[in-house]
Design a protein around this ligand. Structure first.
Ligand code: FAD
Length: 471
């Protein structure tokens, strides 16, 4: 079935809904809203970008788009790295930036009610005044709606959980324009199907969120941070497994290769030992509780062959390290000016972490590609940023092969093709392999909620007619 296009009539109707100042068909806006942080670009860019200001306006937009089968793609901050918000079949981009209100913070209930376009960093500034925070932390300037749609997580997920663990209620506009509320403010519920979590991770394919009630956590009273270095990245991964196996509960446990530490030293003058490194952080109610965890963790690292273990980092040093850690992706890009990044994001059960780290290193060497593994090790999550030229067919093919091999191994190890970045365009081709018959049920849910298929088409589900899925 053909996709619909906005004619002058629909463009006039859209303008009447959002106002002329909130509609653009200008080339630069269209280009901006055709991209995320990945290399994917649409062959058929969107026709129009609208910036509505209420759920009712989004509902009216969908009531125009749905009968004509005009694609509608929601856009948050556009920081995805799998092509998640890249509109593939023209149509309308719904830019959520005007949904920027923190509606309410209820400290006594540990709850924040926010609109979908609020940046999580802004939410954390406001919640911090009450001694609270929203723990999922993808690092980039993501919006709450985009984080919910991708089920984002980050460095603190190991202790606090991912976005899915914090969404209590959602206001969703469905494809036919109906406005729905799911969930409640109770922190637990056994009441019927969990529709809220059905929408979490749906990447804009089941509905557009306008507002969410989110659980908040108390800011930790004390923290301790440590750096451990190892002779090999495999030894560091072994230490990760031991720390988790013994039941410790770090707030962050990140792995970096010697090469990446060297890049951070270059960009930030950190003076770190250029060896495979673990960043470990603990949060606790007292200094004593933290020391009780850090001592045995140091021993476990030494048993795994640690060369050095530096604890007692002050707040300044610790913050500097985290800022540098968040910059890893940019540091890699600076090392390869003009090259295109391609990011792998597999996650495995923690006992298989050393295996996937070792395997990723072998694949990178065997394929002869530029690839940099790092990740949220305590979650069993490894990212590999590959750098190459997307226009160089042979070179890019090698990167695709390396990625394919690593994802396949992660699935063999009973893991997943994407720990936190979502399926978008890049991971569609692994969905069949990962989900088997469950993928058909996902297709049926999609067809039930969006029978015309207008919401962010071409994402999540593989199809032989889509480029990149036929190989
Ligand atoms: C340097 C860098 C580091 C990153 N690190 C991490 C990390 O550690 N952990 C992690 O999880 N991610 C990470 N990411 C990926 C990205 O930041 C997250 O996936 C983030 O949640 C995307 O949010 P966004 O607002 O940019 O959404 P967008 O990229 O704009 O959109 C994401 C998806 O959500 C949909 N969407 C957006 N808003 C809505 C809405 N209101 N209703 C319905 N659907 C909507 C879009 O259609 C799209 O499918 C990183 C990205 C970069 C560039």
């Amino acid at each position: 079935m053909e996709w619909g296009r906005c004619t002058d009539k629909e463009l006039r109707e859209l303008e009447a809904i959002v106002g002329a100042e909130n509609l653009s068909t200008g080339e630069s806006v269209i280009r901006l809203c055709s991209r995320d942080e990945s290399y994917y670009t649409p062959e058929n860019p969107p026709q129009v970008v609208v910036t509505p200001g209420s759920a009712e306006e989004i509902s009216a937009i969908l009531k125009i788009a749905n009968p004509e089968r005009i694609p509608v793609t929601a856009r948050g901050a556009g920081t995805s790295i799998e092509g998640n918000p890249v509109p593939l079949f023209g149509g309308i981009v719904v830019d959520m930036q005007r949904f920027d209100k923190i509606v309410e913070i209820r400290p006594a209930d540990f709850v924040a009610v926010v609109e979908a376009g609020v940046g999580y960093k802004d939410l954390n500034k406001a919640a911090g005044r009450h001694g609270l925070f929203f723990p999922p932390d993808p690092g980039a300037g993501a919006m709450i709606g985009g984080m919910i749609a991708n089920n984002a997580s980050g460095v603190r997920t190991i202790k606090y959980g991912a976005t899915k663990d914090y969404v209590l209620k959602l206001t969703v506009v469905l494809a036919d324009g109906e406005i729905l509320e799911t969930g409640s403010l109770a922190t637990k519920s056994s009441s019927g199907y969990d529709l809220t979590r059905l929408f979490v991770g749906s990447e804009g394919t089941l509905g557009l969120f306008t507002q969410a009630a989110l659980r908040l956590a108390g800011l930790p009273a004390h923290f301790s941070a440590a750096l451990a270095t190892f002779p090999t990245v495999e030894a560091a991964a072994e230490a990760v497994f031991e720390i988790m196996r013994w039941g410790f509960s770090p707030a962050a446990l990140e792995i970096l290769t010697a090469e990446l530490v060297a890049m951070l030293n270059r960009d930030r003058e950190l003076g770190l030992r250029e060896e495979p490194t673990l960043f470990v952080e603990f949060h606790g109610a007292s200094e004593v509780a933290l020391e009780e965890e850090l001592g045995p963790v140091q021993e476990l690292c030494q048993d795994a062959g640690a060369i050095s273990f530096q604890s007692g980092l002050g707040i300044g040093e610790r913050n500097e390290l985290w800022e540098a850690r968040y910059e890893v992706y940019e540091s890699i890009k600076r090392t390869h000016p003009g090259a295109d990044p391609f990011v792998a994001d597999v996650a495995v059960p923690i006992s298989r972490y050393p295996e996937i780290i070792e395997y990723a290193g072998k694949v990178i060497r065997d394929c002869g590609v530029a690839g940099y593994p790092f990740g949220h090790a305590g979650d069993g999550n490894v990212h590999i940023v590959f750098m190459g030229d997307a226009q160089d067919k042979d070179g890019w093919e090698k990167i695709q092969k390396a990625n394919q091999a690593i994802v396949t191994r992660a699935l063999e190890l009973e893991g997943t093709s994407t720990g936190e970045h979502g399926v978008g365009i890049g991971k569609r081709r692994f969905m069949e392999q990962e989900h088997g018959k469950s993928l058909e049920l996902m297709r049926q849910i999609k067809a039930l909620l969006d029978p015309q298929g207008i919401l962010n088409p071409g994402k999540i589900f593989p199809s032989s007619s889509l480029p990149l899925d036929s190989s």
